[in-house]
Design a protein. Sequence first.
Length: 256
Amino acid sequence: MSLRKLQGAFKKAATSQNTQDFLATYLPYEKQEAQERFAIYQNNVMGNLAGVLASTFPACEKLVGEDFFRQRAYEFIEKNLPQQAALFRYGEGFIRYFDAIGRENNYAYWGEVAAYEWAQNCCYYGADARTLSLQDLATFDEEAFGNLVVRLAPAVQLLKTVYNIQDIVERVKGASCKENDGFDISKTHDHYLFFPTEQKSSVEKVSPSVFKALETLQKVPCSFETLAAMFAEQEDKTVFAGFITLVFDKNLLIRT
């Protein structure tokens, strides 16, 4: 038997609720003692990964209760093991999984709560980049500014939601409640911008037109002439000026 095959079998058993096949094949003697010893490894692996998910999705855990969350986390882990050593990147697939659980229980907003917390996580752990500031803005003349090509910094995250997710997350984190008890759930169709600050990730709501421009910058580099054209049909001509202030004041952009 190769070491690789043994390691694969151990990994599969350590991340599964069924260890009988592994124990019968590799530890057929002293079954009870072997099962108790192996359970130590199993609990460490599953418990640590469930802890990572709980740390990334604290509002989700509080929303459904610790026991229910851990049970569902174990089910998720069995089918979705980490693909890289950086565990702060583990959990993106949990959004769809948690959304499905919510819809099974007639809570359509659960998936958006998970998406909100994942955006916070990605922003907090996002790659550092040399961003443009208000001081940089003052150094460009009109022609240089129009030709400046930029895109969103990698740590900046965007999210559209149907429900009032920011209110729900803040309410759930600040109280000992389960499910939808104690807070209002309404369809507000919000647009969120997540951006890094010195100590944490911050979030604020933006208008649909600003969000659309930010989405474009997230997908492809743009010049400010191109961005200005996106706001040309706005009746309020101060909207574009406000957009410029936002992206430089919050250090959202990098040069390309």
